[in-house]
Design a protein around this ligand. Structure first.
Ligand code: GDP
Ligand code: MG
Length: 359
C-alpha cells in the first residue's frame, strides 16, 4: 500500500462531505483495498482483474440480493421437498420479481421450472440449478474487458446522469489500472460543478494518478483535449475523462458529449476507445429507462453498474443487459477504491444464488 502514502494532506472536508464522499475519508482515514476485510490480500489489481479479489467484491455487492433471494427460496421448501404446482410457481415468480429482474425474465425462469419439474416433488437445489441456468441464458454476454488502444493512450469517456456514480467509478477504475502498473491521467470534464472537480482531484491524489483540470464552467471538450494531450506527452497508458451528468437540456448534454468524442477522436486514432455508461443500481428500472438516451446518443460501449451493494434488487442487471445490448463491464460494490468488480455472468450467478454448501 506504499503507493498511497504519497497523498498530500487534504483540504477542509465540509464540501466534500456534501459531494458524497465516504464519511471515513472525510475523517482523515482513507479506506483502501478491502482494508480490515478478510480478502484484503487479494483485493485490487490482480493481473487482468482475475483472482479472488473481485469475486469477493461481487459477493459483497450482491449480498443484500442474495440474502433476500436465498431466504425466500429456502422458505418455499419443506424438508421433504415440495410439489411443483401452480401455487409453487406463483410463489417462485413473486420472489424473482422482488430482485427487479422484471416480469419477462421472471416469467421465463418460472416457465423453465414448470417445464422441468411440474407435478414432481423437488428439492431446493434442483430449482436453484434451473434458476441459475435461466439467468445465465437471459444474460448471455461475452466477457468484454476494456478495449485498450493499439497505440497511444487508451481514452475512456465516462458518462451518465448526475449522482449515478461516475466520479467514484472513475476513481475505482483508475485505482485498478494503477495497481496493474498502468499510468493514468484523469480529465476533470465535469466543469459544471466545482465540487466535482475537487472530488476527482482528491481521488487522483489518493490513487496516484495525474489530473488535468480546466477553469470552472469551462468547455469540457477543451479539458478532454488537454487531458489526452497530457496523457500522450507523458506516455500514459490510459486517459479517463469525467463528464457532466446534467446540463440545462439533454440536447445540450448530447452535443457536448459529441464534441468531446470528436475532439479526442482527432487526437488519438479510435478514441474514445471506451464510453462507459454509469448506472445506479439502486435507481431500479426507472433509472434504466432514464439512461437509455445516454446509451444511444453517446455511443456507449459498456456499462458500469454502481452501488450494487446498496440494493437487494441486484436482479436489475438482467433487464439492463437485455435492454441496452451493450455489455455490463464492471459493478461498483461500495465506496472504497477496491469496491469494484469485473462483471462476469458465471460469477454473478454464483454470487446471487450460491449453492447450499457455499452459503
Ligand atoms: P456522479 O455524480 O455520477 O459523479 O456520482 P458520484 O461518483 O459523485 O457518486 C454519488 C454518490 O454515490 C457518492 O456518495 C458515492 O460515494 C456513491 N457511490 C458511488 N458508487 C458507489 C458504490 O458502488 N456503492 C456505494 N455504496 N456508493 C457508491
Ligand atoms: Mg461526478
Amino acid at each position: 500500500m506504499g503507493l498511497f502514502n504519497r497523498r498530500k494532506d487534504r483540504p477542509a472536508t465540509s464540501e466534500r462531505a456534501e459531494d458524497g464522499q465516504p464519511a471515513a475519508a472525510s475523517q482523515g482515514h482513507v479506506p483502501l483495498a478491502g482494508e480490515g476485510s478478510p480478502d484484503a490480500h487479494d483485493a485490487p489489481g490482480a493481473p487482468g482483474g482475475q483472482g479472488g479479489g473481485w469475486l469477493a467484491s461481487l459477493r459483497r455487492g450482491l449480498k443484500k440480493t442474495a440474502d433476500l433471494l436465498n431466504t425466500d427460496i429456502r422458505d418455499l421448501f419443506k424438508k421433504q421437498g415440495r410439489l411443483v404446482d401452480d401455487e409453487f410457481l406463483r410463489e417462485l415468480f413473486a420472489i424473482l420479481i422482488k430482485t427487479d429482474m422484471g416480469v419477462g425474465p421472471a416469467g421465463e425462469i418460472r416457465d423453465r421450472v414448470q417445464r422441468d419439474y411440474r407435478g414432481r416433488v423437488v428439492q431446493m437445489d434442483d430449482v436453484l440449478q434451473t434458476v441459475r441456468q435461466g439467468i445465465r441464458e437471459l444474460m448471455a454476454q461475452q466477457d468484454e474487458p476494456i478495449a485498450f488502444a493499439a497505440e497511444g493512450p487508451t481514452v475512456i469517456l465516462v458518462v451518465g446522469v448526475n449522482g449515478s456514480g461516475k466520479t467514484t467509478s472513475i476513481a475505482k477504475l483508475a485505482y485498478r489500472l494503477v495497481a496493474e502498473g498502468r499510468k493514468v491521467v484523469l480529465g476533470a470534464g465535469d466543469t459544471f460543478r466545482a465540487a466535482a472537480v475537487e472530488q476527482l482531484t482528491i481521488w487522483a491524489e489518493r490513487i496516484g494518478a495525474e489530473i488535468v483540470k480546466g477553469p470552472p464552467g469551462g468547455d469540457p471538450a477543451a479539458v478532454a483535449h488537454q487531458a489526452v494531450s497530457r496523457a500522450a506527452e507523458s506516455r500514459a497508458d490510459v486517459c479517463i475523462v469525467d463528464t457532466a451528468g446534467r446540463l440545462q437540456t439533454q440536447v445540450n448534454l448530447m452535443k457536448q458529449l459529441d464534441k468531446i468524442r470528436r475532439v479526442v477522436g482527432n487526437q488519438v486514432p479510435g478514441a474514445p476507445h471506451e464510453v462507459l455508461l454509469v448506472l445506479d443500481a439502486t435507481a431500479g428500472q426507472n433509472g434504466i429507462s432514464q439512461a437509455r438516451g445516454f446509451s444511444e446518443a453517446a455511443g456507449c460501449t459498456g456499462i458500469v453498474l454502481a452501488k450494487l451493494d446498496g440494493t437487494a434488487k441486484g436482479g436489475v442487471v438482467i433487464p439492463i443487459r437485455q435492454q441496452f445490448q451493450i455489455p455490463v463491464k464492471f459493478v461498483g460494490t461500495g465506496e472504497k477504491p477496491a469496491d469494484f468488480a469485473d462483471f462476469d455472468v458465471e460469477r454473478f450467478v454464483a454470487a446471487m444464488l450460491p449453492a447450499s454448501s457455499d452459503r
